[in-house]
Write a new protein. Structure first.
Length: 178
């Protein structure tokens, strides 16, 4: 069921005014504590090339340039990777927000923290469903989620948590079933 939105409420939403901006006009902020390691960076590239731009980069305008609030890694790929740049001719979708620096800093952290982390039990169920119920080959699951064959095979292991004695092993919180 869809709900009719109040047109007055829509007009002031940043998502309603996406601008395609030359990626060379985007500057990284100097406060983002988030880091993406190489496998996830490759997965981000894979996702951009496979699905295209599905969400805008959040920016704040400063003079004739834009400071990235969220989307630094996507903008970095668009600048540095020829394939990603070529998709849209060096333009990237941006939602422009007029925020003071302190609010930008808070928003950056809030967005990064809200993305959460993956819980291993749910990843086990998801990978099992993809392979067993949908017939997706392990290699395609690996590519699709940015995992190694060993990681996917581990996630496919039945009774995974009993086998690895998760309850009595000091793994990260992501391994704790909920």
């Amino acid at each position: 069921m869809t709900t009719a939105l109040n047109p007055k409420g829509i007009a002031n939403q940043p998502i309603t005014n996406i601008q395609w901006v030359d990626v060379e006009l985007l500057d990284a902020n100097d406060y983002n504590p988030n880091v993406v390691i190489t496998p996830e960076f490759k997965l981000l590239k894979y996702s951009l090339l496979r699905q295209g731009w599905i969400q805008p980069i959040l920016v704040s305008k400063e003079g004739d340039r834009f400071v990235v609030i969220d989307g630094f890694h996507r903008s970095t790929l668009a600048k540095a990777d020829d394939e990603v740049r070529a998709m849209t001719g060096g333009l990237v979708p941006c939602a422009v927000l007029e925020l003071p620096v302190a609010e930008r800093m808070l928003l950056t952290v809030r967005i990064n923290r809200a993305k959460g982390s993956h819980v291993a039990l749910k990843m086990h169920e998801l990978v099992r469903t993809l392979v067993q119920d949908h017939g997706i080959p392990v290699a395609d699951v690996c590519a699709g989620i940015g995992a190694t064959k060993h990681e996917v095979e581990t996630l496919l292991t039945e009774n995974l948590f009993k086998k690895f004695d998760v309850e009595n092993t000091p793994y990260s919180k992501a391994w704790v079933p909920k």
